[in-house]
Design a protein around this ligand. Sequence first.
Ligand code: GRF
Length: 203
Amino acid sequence: KRLVILISGRGSNMEAIVKACAAEGWPATVAAVISNRPDAGGLAFAAGRGIATAVVDHKLFPRREDFDAELARVIDGFGADLVVLAGFMRILTPGFTARYARRMLNIHPSLLPAFTGLHTHERALEMGCKLAGATVHFVTAELDHGAILMQAAVPVLPGDDAQALAARVLTAEHRIYPQAVRWFAEDALAWDGDVVRHRDGAA
Ligand code: GRF
């Protein structure tokens, strides 16, 4: 399966997936990394690994529909089977999410459906949560609401600030995102209505 990974910044999740795909026997290859920001740190890593990179700068498109149309054109040009959002910080139009229905994943730094949107770690700390975590989900028109594919929980520890908690959650992200991508690439997913799971019930 051909993956196209979308980033906006550091790209550490993209890095984790690129490294996993480089391992022998992996059922997926990273066809390209696309950023909406020309200065995204992750672009250099991808280029250094010999992966095609592209920038679709949202600032050049006053209308969201036009940005999404150009983004789709570039993604499809790389022959993507799966679109992987990895710290991609743009809201996508319903037309775009429909085009990649059931073949676009996102990772979100909370245990969804809790804490959709931004500042998840601050909000988890404010609420006194004892567990935090990360969720890999399919992308639908409603932000952070698509079918949940994989989750990992981490403890909230005494003395945590948002930065410390974010770092612990990020470690979990790097573990589950490549695994979730692998399940997709192996055609191991079964849909039951809007719910998705591994077809053999793997956890
Ligand atoms: C991750 O925590 C991701 O869950 C969130 O933004 C961060 C991106 O980090 N949406 P990176 O760019 O993958 O390093």
